[in-house]
Design a binder for this molecule. Structure first.
Ligand code: PLP
Length: 401
């Protein structure tokens, strides 16, 4: 039977301690033991079902982790305090001094900054490559490479990674393939396509209400145990633990993700097709003009569509800023970073979420000044939204009236 991520979430069943339809929230940082021996065994990692201390794990975090593992089709998962709180421990768990990472050059600015500016302190080097060219990826692999890193759909350029092709390279050279799937939850299932580890910033579509940060690492039981090890686990020791109250609220939001993604994707495709027909330089994986449209189609779980992220290029940062301010003024969305909200969010990545990337490198990867990244909201009447956006573009002479 085909892999059905939303069914896998629905099939989980948890009750609260008084029969509540939601699991009870574990409101404790530490747990008692009836015997000292069980406490010792738990420290050693040998007492299944016992909790020790909430930086290690909590019932609420395990419920959310299990639901996300079910969604991604991995053995288990570990939730973290933020997306960066998932990415950084994974990379530091897998790489040490002398090791090498091959990473996509178009990734979230914070991840780029971590690899470019921070990990060299630990003598971990990264080669940034065009992830859409498997031969460049292969050519960048050295005898010291431990990790291939990419986003399934990249932030902000919406390049699409060939996860099966990258997984084959990872296998050939004995590397771990890490895929950040933040932009395409449910639409793409990287582990099903061969990724070893799948990461999300839960801050975005998965939580969907822009009220918290959060992250998750989905992988094998062995790897998640390594991350949580009290002796040398990067999640345990770096301490990027999610709070139980947040885990409980994100779990409740996760249950509507399949409905939200369908609406984000429907609205995204509608606007992308209209913008392109109007002659705007539009990038959206659902457009036939997208260089990786066929690849995305091959990889996707079709009922969730091509996602809610699109970009247009309006030529200059001044025009981009004027358009975004006008759209906000007309209540068409908010001039804000982040994504996955019910309301459309827009920002110019060159001067915001990708500002960590030096200007010359932005130019080399095609990140132009006038680029606006949209996270399309859940608007009930997307035709009205389009008409109002088009009026803004006409009044700023981006489109002819
Ligand atoms: N990965 C991607 C693709 C992102 O867009 C972001 C944040 O914008 C992150 C990771 C980092 O997540 P967080 O802000 O939750 O730490």
């Amino acid at each position: 039977m085909a892999f059905k991520p939303a069914n896998n979430i629905q099939d989980l069943q948890y009750f609260g301690e008084f029969g509540g339809v939601n699991p009870s929230i574990s409101d404790s940082s530490t747990y008692t033991f009836l015997s000292a021996k069980t406490m010792f065994d738990t420290f050693e990692g040998n007492a299944d079902g016992c909790y020790l201390y909430s930086r290690h794990s909590t019932p609420s975090n395990l419920y959310l982790g299990e639901a996300l593992a079910a969604m991604e089709g991995t053995e288990t998962a570990n939730v973290t305090a933020s997306g960066m709180g998932a990415i950084t421990p994974v990379l530091l768990q897998l790489c040490g001094a002398g090791d090498h990472i091959v990473s996509s050059r178009t990734i979230y600015g914070g991840t780029y900054a971590f690899l470019k500016n921070f990990t060299p302190r630990f003598h971990i080097k990264t080669k940034f490559v065009d992830i859409t060219k498997l031969d460049s990826v292969e050519a960048a692999i050295t005898e010291h490479t431990k990790v291939l890193y990419c986003e399934s759909v990249s932030n902000p350029l919406l390049e699409v990674a060939d996860i099966e092709g990258l997984a084959a390279l990872a296998k050939k050279y004995n590397l771990k393939l890490i895929v950040d799937n933040t932009f395409s939850p449910l639409s793409i299932s990287p582990a099903e396509l061969g990724a070893d580890i799948v990461i999300h910033s839960l801050t975005k579509f998965i939580n969907g209400s822009s009220d918290t940060v959060g992250g998750v690492v989905c992988g094998t039981q062995e790897f998640i145990n390594d991350l949580r090890s009290v002796n040398d686990g990067a999640c345990m020791l770096l301490g990027s633990t999610m709070d139980s109250l947040r885990a409980a609220s994100i779990l409740k939001n996760l249950r509507t993700l399949h409905i939200r993604m369908q609406q984000h994707s429907k609205n995204g495709l509608y606007l992308a097709e209209k913008f392109e027909a109007d002659g705007l330089k539009t990038v959206y994986p659902g457009l036939k003009s997208h260089p990786s449209h066929d690849l995305f189609k091959r990889m996707m779980n079709p009922q969730y569509g091509f996602g809610g992220m699109l970009t247009i290029d309006v030529g200059s940062i001044e025009t981009a800023n004027a358009l975004m301010e006008m759209m906000q003024h007309k209540n068409l969305g908010y001039l804000a970073v982040s994504l996955g909200f019910y309301k459309t969010l827009f920002s110019a990545p060159g001067s915001s979420t990708s500002s960590e990337i030096p200007e010359n490198e932005q130019a080399a990867m095609g990140l132009s000044d006038g680029l606006i990244r949209f996270s399309i909201g859940l608007d009930a009447d997307i035709e009205r939204t389009y008409n109002m956006m088009r009026d803004c573009m006409k009044s700023l002479h981006i489109l002819n009236s």
